[in-house]
Design a protein around this ligand. Structure first.
Ligand code: SF4
Length: 492
């Protein structure tokens, strides 16, 4: 058997952009390096696939001794089928040098059924194409499929006792889509094969396809001629409009004409870049500051979202709060105080979290948060989970004010914010001496995965180190809020 040329992932890559497929095959070294955040997400290794196998117990795994030996996997699968095995995990097939590895293959009443597991709660167009390719390879390699299905997570499932697999997973047949897509699959296999076989770099210009369905990992290569302050730094405008402007010759923000159809906030960004100075609406900032009464709490939560509910009465991907940081100022000139909470990684953190938080925020005063949605949702969720704390939580909710407001409304806008109001963009623009860059954990998504992995950490010292890093990160989030607030007070 010849080695495969295309796999499921290279097929999907070719569908997004033929140049991406070419670069991946011949110039993999040009691929962008993976950020710590992406690495943490890749490493998350949730056990959704393994758990879904239990829906069809007693199967045999066709994974070869050396994982990358796909020829062995295909041969092993063939032997398992011939020997009468009726449930095969990681079944591998190859047809015309296209490889497909299927999560679960099942034989029932002498018919074959294919199942592909996704840890998502929705079926995306990419998943349908992925299943269509699997169908093409498997059926052409001599296994007629009676049906092909996606196993996804049911986001309405509420855990009660042990995980109920039939409640947690939804099985959706995608046979109709797979059959409809067979011609398209074949055409794209042919065009991708020709890209790989001719080995000539396709002439593809940058465009919306660089972002859809995924951000391409060759942007560092193809976008290197896009200048600083390019119009693509503008957010809140459709990509189509930006590419229209770019193709008309407006490469940088300062080249955009004074009179244009873009919205008010985008124009504030453009003017700030052109003048290279901050836009400050003092009266709007004063109106915002009037809402805030000392003492002031600066509050930030961290949550994690396990795909498989870990605790009683929780749903898949529910935000589970495990940590908070609180800075506290009695009045404008008083010393800064700090309170924090980080749950034990081995137990349900929700009750200890809410009890500690209510105690630490007992005294009166405004509670400042940055981008209120998450904190508000978490507190509303805790009200449902622990109704006995409902009225106390309501009091905290009524005291909350969102520090993002003056930035979101562009009352304070600095060109270095790059048209974003995320704290990670606002902080370096307003308080450049304070930075996340030296932290091992430097974003909410890395914190989320770090805590999720903590319960599996067997090295006590590594666990303690991660806990220190989590505390440091969350503390910096609220310290950043203190410093940003001081800048606003200085203006008002
Ligand atoms: S960055 Fe855009 S043009 Fe370049 S390979 Fe990726 S998708 Fe294609």
């Amino acid at each position: 058997m010849e080695k495969h040329i295309l796999s499921k992932s290279t097929f999907l890559r070719g569908l997004q952009c033929s140049k991406s497929l070419y670069l991946y095959k011949y110039f993999i070294q040009k691929r962008d390096s993976i950020s710590t955040e992406q690495q943490a997400i890749f490493n998350r290794g949730n056990n959704v696939g393994l758990l879904a196998q239990k829906l069809f117990p007693g199967g045999v795994d066709a994974t070869p001794a050396k994982r990358s030996n796909n020829i062995e996997a295909v041969e092993k699968t063939k032997k398992l089928i011939e020997s009468g095995v009726e449930v095969i995990y990681e079944a591998a097939f190859q047809h015309n040098q296209v490889l497909a590895i299927l999560d679960i293959l099942v034989k029932k009443d002498n018919e074959w059924y294919a199942y592909e597991v996704k840890s998502s709660t929705k079926i995306s167009p990419t998943y349908l194409l992925d299943a269509s390719l699997q169908y093409w390879v498997i059926s052409n390699s001599g296994i007629p499929l009676k049906d092909i299905s996606l196993i996804i997570i049911n986001n309405q499932y509420l855990r009660s006792g042990d995980v109920d697999l039939k409640g947690l997973f939804s099985i959706k047949s995608v046979l109709k889509n797979a059959l409809e897509n067979q011609e398209l699959v074949e055409e794209n296999i042919n065009s991708s094969m020709s890209v790989v076989n001719t080995a000539v770099e396709p002439d593809v210009k940058i465009g919306e396809h660089c972002f859809s369905p995924y951000n391409c990992d060759f942007m560092g290569n193809c976008w290197k001629s896009v200048p600083q302050n390019s119009i693509f730094e503008i957010t809140g405008v459709k990509k189509t409009e930006l590419f229209d402007l770019y193709n008309k010759g407006y490469k940088t923000i300062d080249q955009i004409p004074e009179i244009n159809e873009l919205d008010k906030n985008v124009n504030i960004h453009i003017q700030a870049i052109k003048k290279n100075e901050a836009h400050i609406d003092k009266s709007a900032i004063n109106i915002f500051l009037e809402k805030i009464k000392y003492p002031v709490f600066f509050m930030d939560f961290e949550t994690f979202m396990p795909a498989i509910p870990l605790y009683e009465k929780t749903k898949p991907y529910q935000h589970i709060p495990f940590q908070y940081s609180l800075h506290y100022k009695k009045d404008k000139n008083s010393e800064l105080e700090h309170f924090e909470f980080l749950a034990d990684q081995h137990t349900d953190p929700r009750k200890s979290f809410v009890e500690a938080l209510l105690k630490d925020t007992e005294s009166a005063g405004t509670i400042l948060v940055y981008d209120i949605l998450m904190e508000r949702n978490v507190l509303n969720g805790l009200k449902k989970d622990f109704p006995e704390y409902s009225s106390e939580i309501d009091i905290r909710l009524s005291r909350m004010v969102d520090l993002v407001q003056p930035f979101q409304e562009r009352s304070y806008y600095h060109p270095a914010m790059k048209n974003s109001f995320s704290i990670k963009n606002v902080l370096p623009a307003l308080v450049p001496e304070l930075s996340y860059s030296n932290l091992k954990i430097a974003s909410g998504s890395v914190a989320m995965i770090a805590f999720e992995n903590l319960s599996k950490e067997t090295d006590m010292f590594r666990a303690l180190e991660t806990r220190e890093q989590l505390l440091e990160y969350c503390k910096l989030d609220t310290l950043a809020m203190v410093k940003i607030f001081e800048v606003l007070e200085g203006v008002g």
